[in-house]
Design a protein. Structure first.
Length: 336
């Protein structure tokens, strides 16, 4: 019925009428009795308020909303296929970003992080940078490129005695593998000048990606960092951990609350050391060591992470000892 109606109208009109494409400029104040001049980029020559166009497509027909007359038909070229998209759908996405799963905080339908002036993403790679931080977590240099984001941290200058306070139990005491303050200062100076090649780059350690760091941070903060006993604050007397699962997903776990810190069994890429403390018979408060323990260091299989919730410090370590530290507040997003 619909097609018959269209064809009847088409038969009643001349070619000249069918070729006519008219429109009326919208008058938003007409209901109030005012007729105003609408300023458009084409000075009224073309319709620019598409929801108020006089000519509107209904199916394959072009209908004049004022005269209710058929103005023409939308012509389709039958050669269009999946390989040659129709002009009206060329703006549709062919597929989501192939690296979308590496940037969970961004919609897979964004382009260049919604900032195409700053970033470029010609082949689907993440338009990110190489970011360099000093030991305090401050960004000292950013190398712009179109590769997945990489963050580098200058290694620690803290000695074993600085990381492990006097009185630390021997079975909990690990060790540091620091660079000298002079080396750290020279390294920072060279990088600030844009020099990111040379032997001084051995004084840096690469961090895991931002999304992984954010998950480490989130899980560790189940301990609120406010200490307390296993009775008053059980959640602050347990270790929390994160590791990569079989399919690359991040899984988390925790130990059982106990005085001195509930040890989390198993192997973890990151685990926290509790902020909780226990008062002993001598009236002093004792708690879990914040830096990696001797056991942590000797069983490391790669660069691993511990977040000390009492000191709010992130420690990166391997079997050589603690190689880097950074304040937890700058672990996910560096200080500018």
């Amino acid at each position: 019925m619909y097609l018959n109606w269209l064809m009847d109208i088409k038969a009643e009109q001349t070619n000249e009428e069918l070729e006519r494409y008219t429109f009326t400029a919208p008058q938003p104040f007409a209901q109030f009795g005012y007729k105003v001049k609408v300023s458009t980029l084409s000075n009224g020559k073309y319709p620019e308020f598409f929801d108020l166009d006089t000519i509107a497509p209904i199916g394959t027909a072009l209908i004049n909303n004022v005269t209710y007359r058929l103005e023409g038909f939308v012509e389709y070229d039958t050669v269009y296929s999946e390989a040659t998209l129709e002009p009206q759908v060329i703006s549709r996405w062919l597929s989501p970003d192939p690296l979308a799963d590496e940037m969970a905080s961004w919609s897979p339908y964004n382009f260049a992080f919604d900032n195409p002036i700053r970033f470029n993403d010609p082949d689907g790679l993440a338009p990110l940078d190489n970011i360099y931080l000093n030991e305090q977590g401050k960004e000292i240099f950013r190398e712009k490129n179109d590769q997945p984001d990489r963050t580098f941290l200058i290694k620690t200058t803290k000695t074993t005695d600085q990381l492990y306070p006097e009185g630390t139990q021997e079975d909990q005491k690990g060790w540091s593998n620091p660079i000298s303050k002079k080396e750290a200062k020279t390294t920072e100076k060279l990088i600030k000048a844009g020099n990111v090649e040379g032997d001084h780059m051995d004084n840096l350690v690469e961090l895991v990606d931002r999304d992984t760091r954010a998950e480490y941070d989130r899980i560790s903060k189940q301990d609120d960092g406010k200490g307390g006993s296993v009775t008053s604050r059980p959640g602050n007397n347990v270790e929390y951990g994160v590791r990569e699962g079989r399919n690359g997903e991040l899984v988390n776990g925790k130990g059982a609350p106990r005085a001195g810190g509930g040890f989390i069994p198993g192997k973890w890429d990151m685990h926290s050391h509790p902020s909780g403390q226990t008062r002993s018979s001598d009236g002093l408060y004792y708690g879990a060591v914040q830096a990696p323990s001797k056991h942590d260091i000797t069983t490391a299989t790669k660069n691993e992470y511990i977040i000390g919730r009492r000191e709010n410090t992130v420690y990166i370590y391997n079997t050589s000892g603690v190689i880097a530290t950074i304040p937890q507040k700058y672990f996910v997003d560096p200080k500018k």
